[in-house]
Design a protein around this ligand. Structure first.
Ligand code: ADP
Ligand code: MG
Length: 358
């Protein structure tokens, strides 16, 4: 889940996510013991299954970008990306998923699934990939095979996070720092408000924002918006939409650096203000918020709040004092009820250890 630094990853900027205490479990077994040479891949998930688990079966030859329909595209994408590596040949296997990461909520259930898959296969095939390699392979899987033009942040958070810390990641160098989250000292928690308005990043909005950023970078003659440090420089962008999008990226990178400094100084009030500013920037400049997300942030704003994830639906997060969890949740539920929105799911999360063998 992302604390701050939204849509900055594919602009090679800074992000500050953390892994949450929700897990995607993947179990894998090679078919070769029973059926040597098998090229059949069986996928099953407890997600959305009533009683009997439907199994999706394909063969290794059918691992073709954009050709696998439905949810199995995500684990299939990871197999495909691994098979692109020299000397790796993943054959017939059974893969079973059980995840409690909310789907389409901006908490990145897709990357949780991909990361769990790659960690399991790395272990099963003794590949000894580094975390950075795993992050890059799952990005390639999601971009090229599934067709969602997402960045490097979510999977890096799942792979590299430490408990009770946020992960400060420079998406250009892939260098990381674990930044302690001083929540307990302030008797505070991170509250997630899932609007239950599902988004999908295979749709156009996300790709359109990426294209706006590339257009802005091209207009400025830089490789990425990471290289822009002040909004004054953006006046050279003729197109007002591209200029606004770029403004979000430039100011958001600054906010990530400021949030890291504020966390290190244990100044949670300053972090809260940055969250609110980040939300305004996404609402007004990047235009990826929704009515429901704005309402959630408005109602939960006291300690700092923002939408999180790719946008166009999904979840908001808020910094809340422990004793305020109930009143804040109640205020959000009332605001949603009053506006006629679907009842949100509200829960706290803790910063947990990243992926590993269970
Ligand atoms: P997000 O990553 O924000 O949750 P996405 O649209 O990127 O949203 O990914 C959601 C998709 O990931 C689902 O539609 C489904 O295809 C797949 N997925 C996520 N979790 C599971 C699961 N437990 N079992 C099967 N598929 C899953
Ligand atoms: Mg996703």
């Amino acid at each position: 889940m992302n604390l701050i630094g939204e849509h900055t990853d594919y602009n090679l900027g800074y992000v500050l996510p953390f892994a949450i205490d929700k897990n995607a479990l993947v179990a894998v077994r090679r078919k070769s013991q029973l059926d040597p040479g098998s090229q059949v891949l069986d996928f099953a998930s407890t997600y959305g299954a009533g009683g009997e688990l439907p199994i999706t079966s394909i063969t290794v030859d059918e691992l073709v970008p954009r050709a696998v329909p439905g949810w199995a595209a995500y684990p299939a994408a990871v197999l495909w990306a691994l098979n692109q590596l020299d000397g790796v040949r993943i054959g017939g296997l059974e893969l079973m998923v059980d995840s409690d990461v909310p789907v389409g909520s901006g908490l990145s259930s897709s990357h949780a699934l991909e990361v769990a898959t790659i960690v399991a296969l790395d272990d099963l095939y003794g590949l000894q990939l580094t975390k950075v390699q795993m992050a890059q392979l799952t990005q390639r899987a999601e971009n090229e095979f599934v067709g969602a033009p997402t960045g490097i942040m979510d999977q890096s958070a799942s792979l590299m996070s430490q408990a009770q810390h946020a992960l400060f990641l420079d998406c250009r160098s892939m260098e990381t720092q674990a930044v302690p989250l001083p929540l307990a000292q302030h008797n505070a928690v991170v509250l997630v408000i899932d609007t239950r308005v599902e988004h999908s990043h295979v749709d156009g909005g996300y790709a359109a924002r990426r294209a706006n950023c590339e257009q802005a970078a091209a207009a400025l003659g830089v490789e990425s918006l990471r290289e822009v440090h002040s909004i004054a420089e953006l006046e050279a962008i003729a197109d007002p939409v591209a200029r606004r999008r770029a403004k979000h990226i430039v100011t958001e990178n600054r906010r990530v650096l400021d949030a890291v400094a504020a966390l290190r100084a244990s100044d949670l009030g300053a972090v809260g203000k940055l969250l609110c500013q980040s939300h305004e920037s996404m609402r007004d400049d990047y235009e990826i918020s929704s009515e429901e997300l704005d309402a959630a942030v408005e109602a939960a704003m006291a300690g700092g709040a923002r939408m999180t994830g790719g946008g166009f639906g999904g979840s908001a997060i808020a910094l809340v004092k422990r004793e305020r969890i109930e009143p804040v949740s109640q205020a959000v539920r009332e605001a949603f009820d009053h506006a006629g929105y679907v009842e949100p799911a509200i829960f706290t999360v803790i910063a947990d250890e990243g992926a590993g063998r269970a």
